[in-house]
Design a protein around this ligand. Structure first.
Ligand SMILES: [Zn+2]
Length: 338
C-alpha cells in the first residue's frame, strides 16, 4: 500500500516523507494513538517508502519491493505481534498476548546484517506488551541500533511502555480519523450506502476497525430491529413488551444497545427541536419522521430512563438486568400492566 492510499493522517505522512527525503530517518519510531486509526498501515507504507525507489519519500505501491512488503514476503521487512500466553494456571489465555524473548532474538538476528539494498524495517505491534526479559533484550537493540535499519513500535497504550524505550524513539502521534474520513472510507472502499456510512462513522470514534466491526456484526440492522419492536407495542401489549424485555436482558450487547437507545432519543429530541443536521443515526431519519408526534417532555424522560437503566446494570450497581429491562421497556413502550 502506498502513502497515497492511506486515509487521513496527512500531517503524520508529511513528517515521515520529510525525514526520508532529507535522509535523516531516526533508527526508532513510536507510532502512538487509538486502535483502528491506521497506525499499522502507515507503518507498512513507511517500510515500503524506505525500500521503494519512488521520489519524494513516497511508496508507489506497485513495484516489486512495494508488492512484496504488502504481501508480507519482503526480506527487509519483519513484523511481530504479541503472542497468546498459554501458561495461566487456570489454563486461560491472555487475550492480548505478550511479546516474548525468542521473538526479540529473531529480530536481533534479522537486524545483524545490513540489507544488500534498501532499509531493514522491524514493525513491533502491541509494543506495550513485552514480557520483562523480552523488554530488556529489546532495549539493548534500541541502545545499539544496527546500521541501515529502522524499528517502528506501534502502540495504542504508549503510557504502558518503559520510559527508557520511549526516550529512544521518535514519537509520532496519531489522532482519531475525522468522521468525514471514516464515512468516505465506508462508502468508497466498503460500498456502504451514504446514510448508513454516516451513522457508522458517527458511532466509530474515528476508528476504521471499530466501524468495520459495527458493519460485520450487522449492528445497523440490529438497532433498527430494537426500535421497531419497541415502537410496535400498544397499551395492551404488556405481555409482548415483557417478553421483549427478557430477550434484551439476555443479550451480550445490552450495554451497546442501551447506548444506542440513548442516541436514538437524543436524535429525536434534536429533530424535535428543529436541528436534523445534528442527528447521529442518519439511516433512521425517516423513521423518526414517520413516528407519532411526541412531546419534548416524554422524549426527554425516555432518554433519562435509558440512562438510568444503563447505570443500573453496570458497575458499581450491577443491578438485576431482567427487572431493569422490564421497567424500562414498559416505560418506553407505554404498555400498561392490567
Ligand atoms: Zn514501490
Amino acid at each position: 500500500m502506498g502513502f497515497q492510499e492511506i486515509i487521513g493522517h496527512e500531517r503524520e505522512l508529511g513528517i515521515l516523507k520529510g525525514l526520508i527525503t532529507s535522509g535523516r530517518v531516526p533508527h526508532a519510531f513510536l507510532f502512538a494513538g487509538p486502535d483502528g486509526v491506521g497506525k499499522k498501515l502507515v507503518a507498512r507504507a513507511f517500510a515500503a517508502a524506505l525500500n521503494c525507489e519512488s521520489p519524494g519519500g513516497n511508496s508507489c505501491g506497485l513495484c516489486r519491493d512495494c508488492a512484496a512488503i504488502e504481501g508480507g514476503s519482503h526480506p527487509n521487512v519483519m513484523e511481530i505481534w504479541p503472542l497468546d500466553k498459554p501458561v495461566d494456571k487456570k489454563g486461560e489465555r491472555d487475550p492480548l498476548g505478550l511479546i516474548r524473548i525468542d521473538q526479540i532474538r529473531e529480530v536481533q538476528s534479522v537486524l545483524r546484517y545490513r540489507a544488500e539494498r534498501g532499509t531493514k524495517v522491524v514493525i513491533v505491534n502491541g509494543a506495550d506488551r513485552f514480557m520483562p526479559a523480552a523488554a530488556n533484550a529489546f532495549l539493548k537493540t534500541l541502545e545499539e541500533p544496527p546500521g541501515g535499519s529502522v524499528i517502528v513500535l506501534v502502540s495504542s497504550r504508549p503510557a504502558d511502555l518503559l520510559p527508557t524505550v520511549v526516550s529512544r524513539c521518535r514519537r509520532i502521534n496519531f489522532r482519531p480519523l475525522s468522521e468525514g474520513a471514516v464515512r468516505a472510507y465506508l462508502i468508497e472502499k466498503k460500498g456502504i450506502a451514504p446514510a448508513e456510512a454516516g451513522a457508522v462513522a458517527r458511532l466509530s470514534d474515528g476508528s476504521i476497525s471499530k466501524a468495520a466491526g459495527y458493519i460485520d456484526e450487522g449492528w445497523l440492522q440490529k438497532r433498527r430491529d430494537v426500535v421497531e419492536r419497541l415502537l410496535s407495542f400498544g397499551q395492551n401489549d404488556a405481555d409482548e413488551a415483557l417478553k421483549f424485555a427478557e430477550e434484551l436482558s439476555k443479550r451480550d450487547d445490552l450495554e451497546e444497545t442501551l447506548d444506542f437507545l440513548k442516541s436514538w432519543y437524543r436524535d429525536r429530541i434534536v429533530a424535535f427541536e428543529g436541528a436534523p443536521h445534528l442527528i447521529a443515526n442518519t439511516d433512521m431519519q425517516r423513521r423518526m419522521k414517520d413516528d407519532r408526534v411526541e412531546d419534548f417532555n416524554r422524549l426527554s424522560s425516555s432518554f433519562w430512563a435509558v440512562e438510568e437503566a444503563l447505570r443500573n446494570i453496570t458497575p458499581p450497581r450491577n443491578g438485576n438486568r431482567h427487572l431493569t429491562m422490564e421497567a424500562l421497556v414498559l416505560k418506553l413502550s407505554g404498555a400498561l400492566l392490567m
